[in-house]
Design a protein around this ligand. Structure first.
Ligand code: ZN
Length: 242
């Protein structure tokens, strides 16, 4: 049996390369343009229109076995859309751990070794938390009589992210690997949510994004003081019975 060179090429080439090539031919406006548009639709199910751009193709072809990086997208917003698509494909069953609490009076003392201050501000509404990474301040609503541990560690994550610029490049900070929907917003939120869940619900993180679990383990082992402080927070936390 004779196999044509073209067919062999088709067997080894990835869809993505073929699609890119077809789009290039189409955009060159050659007389064969319509033929390529038809191939794009028949072979890959992609409708070529005014809005077909490489970002859109990457979004449509999103697959968990080949995760793209931010620099492969021309716009950050498209990269976020792509991350949203991957998030759906992962079918993550994650729920905020809203019953894990800590006494606000303890928080101040526990984060002190990191040089972080905790403030309770009347301008911040109940249940809200905010970090000011450059000032090393975490703020909570003034009337709280307990603090959500997951939210506290999330805010600590913002400060660590600010202090180590290398973190932004790690997969734990990539929205394409976020354990939560909220983390799809941007690299900062993705890191903070993954960071919090690493401590509060490690089994969930390990199950759905094992790469992030390993990555965070690698990052955190360099920060012994941070690890100590957060494990201490976990030790002093309690489950609120509803
Ligand atoms: Zn945040």
């Amino acid at each position: 049996m004779k196999i044509l060179r073209k067919e062999v090429f088709k067997l080894i080439a990835s869809d993505e390369e073929d699609i890119k090539e077809l789009l290039e031919y189409i955009e060159l406006n050659t007389p064969d343009k319509n033929k390529y548009i038809k191939i794009l639709k028949d072979s890959y199910g992609i409708e070529y229109g005014k809005h077909t751009d490489p970002d859109k193709v990457l979004i449509e072809k999103a697959n968990l076995n080949d995760i793209k990086t931010q620099n492969e997208f021309s716009k950050y917003s498209n990269y976020v859309k792509y991350a949203q698509r991957l998030f759906k494909l992962r079918k993550i069953k994650y729920k905020e751990n809203i019953n894990l609490m800590i006494d606000p009076k303890l928080v101040q003392k526990l984060v002190k070794p990191l040089g972080i201050k905790v403030k309770f501000s009347p301008t911040l509404s109940f249940f809200k938390a905010h970090a000011y990474p450059s000032k090393k301040i975490i703020e909570f609503g003034s009337e709280v009589d307990f603090v959500w541990v997951e939210s506290l560690i999330h805010e600590l994550g913002h400060i660590l992210y600010y202090e180590d610029p290398k973190i932004a490049g790690h997969i734990a900070a990539h929205p394409t690997y976020s354990i939560t929907k909220y983390g799809l917003k941007n690299n900062k939120e993705s890191f903070s949510d993954n960071f919090a869940v690493y401590f509060t619900q490690p089994k969930i993180l390990k199950k759905y994004v094992p790469e992030v679990f390993v990555n965070l383990w690698e990052i955190i082992k360099k920060y012994t003081q941070w690890k100590k402080v957060i494990l201490n927070i976990m030790k002093h936390s309690y489950i609120l019975k509803q």
